[in-house]
Design a protein around this ligand. Structure first.
Ligand SMILES: NC(=O)c1ccc[n+]([C@@H]2O[C@H](COP(=O)([O-])OP(=O)(O)OC[C@H]3O[C@@H](n4cnc5c(N)ncnc54)[C@H](O)[C@@H]3O)[C@@H](O)[C@H]2O)c1
Ligand SMILES: O=c1ccn([C@@H]2O[C@H](COP(=O)(O)OP(=O)(O)O[C@H]3O[C@H](CO)[C@@H](O)[C@H](O)[C@H]3O)[C@@H](O)[C@H]2O)c(=O)[nH]1
Length: 330
């Protein structure tokens, strides 16, 4: 137990595995806990201590906290599919909310008082304005968003009650892959637009459906704020540094503050891949909002975060590169 380490839950998943790499680049030693329900062990560098277990399991948490000097926790582990949460709300409240409560209790028991949490723009529900700031009302419209908002409330209350500081990062649409090709979105049965478009471009799916072309947007399709996963990972490291340097608790939107339509994304993938994707217009998907773009000024101001990959083509090309790597068995 010679050095302080950061526990990364869900570190074998998409965003967690990029954050492991970002921590290593900034010399933050890490330990990973993942139950591999969705993650892949080989996305975590071999030298990183890896615990196969559940974030709601106090025994494994106690073991980690006793075997390593953990100074902070970054909590990614959770279930992430919005329509699934509508069908199985209790599963989402169990995995995302109740198990996080257990994790927080164990942190408190071990005097670990710095926490970075994966929240989501889904806490806003149907926003009143296309560009959303952190002060906008939080009215989630699905159990996934509610399960995350309840964690934000636990964090807020814990930070009032005792010496405990956190950063809750509300991600907008996370996309792209590590520019060096070390990790990327690998979950089978993914539901995200860019992942699906890449699967069609590489021949893994026959066609792409556009969910609604009659929205009140310039081309009729939904607009989202896509943030490159490596930029997001660096925001997590900045959050860690902020907490290490005695910074106060923060809730921050993570996006670039600029939106692209579904059609623009599809056009981009067509151009980059040279494949004329088969695209079919389908009915609107339940729960989708027309436009969701972050007001990301607070993130930039409070963490000195400067995006490096604020470019849709770069996001799409790294996603496509990773998909090709997966096709080749990587
Ligand atoms: N991907 C996005 O666009 C997005 C947007 C907003 C918020 N988020 C949040 O970011 C976090 C990471 O998302 P992701 O896209 O990397 O998803 P992911 O499914 O790739 O990663 C989640 C990881 O957590 C693990 N896990 C799940 N439940 C666990 C448990 N009970 N115990 C231990 N491990 C468990 C999974 O095996 C997986 O490796 C999630 O909390 C998600 O809600 C993601
Ligand atoms: O096959 C597809 C998949 C998606 N879309 C559309 O593409 C847009 C983006 O959809 P998707 O990539 O599924 O992301 P979102 O539904 O915007 O949700 C993401 O972004 C949220 C935060 O904004 C997170 O909370 C969620 O976890 C994450 O899935 C939406 O308009 C969808 O209707 C399609 O048209 N066809």
């Amino acid at each position: 137990m010679t050095e302080d380490k950061v526990l990364i839950t869900g570190g074998a998943g998409y965003i967690g595995s990029h954050t492991v790499l970002a921590c290593q680049e900034r010399a933050y030693p890490v330990v990973v806990l993942d139950n591999l329900a969705k993650g892949r062990r080989d996305l975590v560098p071999a030298e990183v201590p890896f615990y196969l277990g559940d974030v709601g399991d106090k025994t494994v948490l106690d073991r980690i906290f006793n075997e390593h000097r953990i100074s902070a926790v970054m909590h990614f582990a959770g279930d992430i599919v919005v329509p699934e949460s509508v069908v199985a709300p209790l599963t989402y409240y169990a995995n995302n909310t109740c198990k996080t409560r257990q994790l927080l209790q164990t942190c408190v028991d071990h005097d670990i008082n710095r926490f970075v949490f994966s929240s989501t723009a889904a806490v806003y529900g149907q926003p009143e304005t296309a560009s959303v700031s952190e002060t906008a009302p939080t009215r989630p419209v699905n159990p996934y968003g509610t399960s995350k908002l309840m964690v934000e409330w636990m964090l807020r209350d814990l930070a009032v009650a005792q010496d405990f500081r956190y950063v809750a990062l509300r991600y907008f649409n996370v996309a792209g892959a590590d520019p060096l090709g070390r990790t990327g979105q690998s979950t089978p049965g993914a539901t995200h637009l860019i992942k699906i478009a890449c699967e069609v471009a590489t021949g893994k799916r026959a066609e792409l459906q556009v969910f609604g072309n009659d929205y009140d947007t310039p081309d009729g399709t939904c607009i989202r704020d896509y943030i490159h996963v490596s930029d997001l990972a660096r925001a997590h490291v900045s959050a860690l540094t902020h907490l290490r340097d005695q910074g106060h608790s923060l809730t921050l939107n993570c996006g670039y503050g600029r939106g692209y339509s579904v059609r623009q994304v599809i056009e981009g993938i067509k151009q980059l891949s040279g494949v004329d994707l088969r695209v079919r217009t389908a009915p609107r998907r339940a729960g989708d909002v027309a436009a969701l773009v972050a007001d990301a000024s607070r993130l930039k101001a409070s963490l000195n975060w400067v995006p490096e990959h604020d470019n849709l083509d770069f996001i799409l090309s790294t996603a496509l590169d990773w998909e090709e790597r997966l096709s080749a068995g990587g």
